[in-house]
Design a protein around this ligand. Structure first.
Ligand SMILES: C[S@@+](CC[C@H](N)C(=O)[O-])C[C@H]1O[C@@H](n2cnc3c(N)ncnc32)[C@H](O)[C@@H]1O
Length: 385
């Protein structure tokens, strides 16, 4: 693995990426030039961005320490802020040492709270929502995926894999040659690894990472999936850019997203409609766009893909056991009303009405003459050759 060190004058930022593992400092003479050029050009603050720095040996670290010492001597007022990431395990421990060099040196972990929905999605109480959802969607998606180009023997990445259940199903049904599953939520990944171990599946690589900033080389995968996740991140274009980058030319990216205000049910349609309109507003408060589904085509075009295929499907209470549908809605109620609305600071009256719509949706799902639906948009696109 090679490395790059570049200076971005706009952000007064030195960006370190890859694996910096020299045998001696001599190999880093070009790096030194870049660092000195950066030092001469900045005032106020200098950022040392290590988000994509996967490896750093002692000689490499020594070079950074020497540079910071030099910077503190030459520009005593300069603030130096090292930006680390939590999913590169060694960084926190090693970079913490930099704080001892000067009170002007700060070390910040960028992904502690890097998107507004993170606190809710990285709450282990979200796990039951994901567990119940995939149970309902898989029976549709296993038929849909081949229409979007998934074949056995492919190199596949599932980005924002959540609790990893989709990856496990995909592994059993489509026998990929390689299957990498990435999410940022540590609790979900721990759950995923446990389930894989329980089921005796050891071929899935579950890795922690930021979908908007992946530590993966370009052009690696034939098929890249990202389900229900572009819609919860506040900068969907950044995730799509990364999905594009890691996909091989000629390979495909597959995304699914919702339009929650179109969830429906009969009887008690009005109350159900009201609640799901509010679900969309609730996510908007956390800067997620849970109405993203129909926008997928536009976003995929804008990200540079071609050959876009798009279809919608309705998960309903008639697909299988209506109780499965009711279980999903009960999980939504527990999380959206019991967790997210509380976190937003909603009143008891609002939460009671909000809960009622979920209860009415469950009523519709279990009613002998009732109908309940949850629409999803599946879209895929090819990375041009
Ligand atoms: C609604 S869940 C969907 C999970 C899974 N794909 C599924 O369909 O069950 C959204 C997931 O996206 C993850 N996520 C959101 N933004 C992310 C980011 N920038 N990097 C990595 N994971 C992210 C969350 O941790 C969460 O597990």
């Amino acid at each position: 693995m090679s490395f790059t060190v570049r200076f971005d004058p706009n952000n007064q930022e030195i960006v370190l990426a890859g694996a910096i593992r020299p045998h001696s400092g001599v190999e880093l003479s070009e790096v030194r030039q870049t660092l000195d050029h950066a030092l001469n050009s900045v005032s106020g603050a200098l950022y040392l961005n290590a988000k994509r720095l996967a490896q750093l040996n002692n000689a490499g670290f020594h070079e950074i320490v020497t540079f910071i010492r030099r910077a503190c001597r030459q520009k005593p007022d300069l603030k130096i802020i090292a930006i680390t990431s939590s999913y590169v395990g060694w960084q926190e421990r090693k970079f913490a040492l930099l704080r001892q060099l000067s009170s002007n040196v700060a070390v910040e972990q960028y992904d502690k709270a890097f998107y507004p929905g993170q606190s809710v999605l990285e709450d282990s109480r979200f796990i039951p929502v994901l567990r119940t959802q995939t149970k309902l969607t898989w029976r549709h998606e296993r038929k849909i995926l081949p229409r979007h180009g998934l074949r056995p023997g492919m190199a596949v990445a599932d980005i924002c894999c959540g609790i990893g259940d989709f990856a496990a199903l995909l592994y059993k049904e489509f026998q990929p040659a390689r299957l990498l599953a990435i999410d940022h939520a540590p609790q979900s990944l721990a759950y995923a690894r446990q389930v894989a171990a329980d089921f005796g599946i050891d071929a899935i690589e579950y890795v922690q990472g930021d979908a908007a900033n992946l530590l993966i080389g370009d052009n690696q995968f034939d098929f890249v999936t990202c389900r229900h996740s572009v819609q919860v991140f506040d900068r969907p274009g950044l995730i799509l850019r990364e999905l594009y980058r890691i996909c091989k030319p000629g390979g495909r990216v597959y995304i699914t997203n919702e339009k929650n205000s179109h969830c429906l049910g009969e009887p008690r349609a009005e109350s159900i409609q009201w609640t799901y309109n509010e679900v969309a507003r609730l996510w908007a408060y956390f800067k997620g766009d849970i109405e993203f589904g129909p926008k997928s085509r536009r976003y995929l075009y804008d990200a540079g893909f071609d050959d876009i295929r798009m279809e919608s499907f309705m998960v309903t209470n008639l697909d299988g056991d209506p109780q499965d549908f009711a279980d999903v809605v009960a999980a939504w109620e527990g999380f959206f009303a019991g967790q997210m609305a509380v976190q937003r600071g909603d009143s008891a009256e609002f939460i009671a009405r909000f809960r009622q719509g979920f209860q009415d949706h469950i009523f519709a799902a279990l009613h002998p003459k009732g109908y309940a639906g949850w629409p999803i948009w599946a879209a895929s696109a090819r990375k041009p050759r």
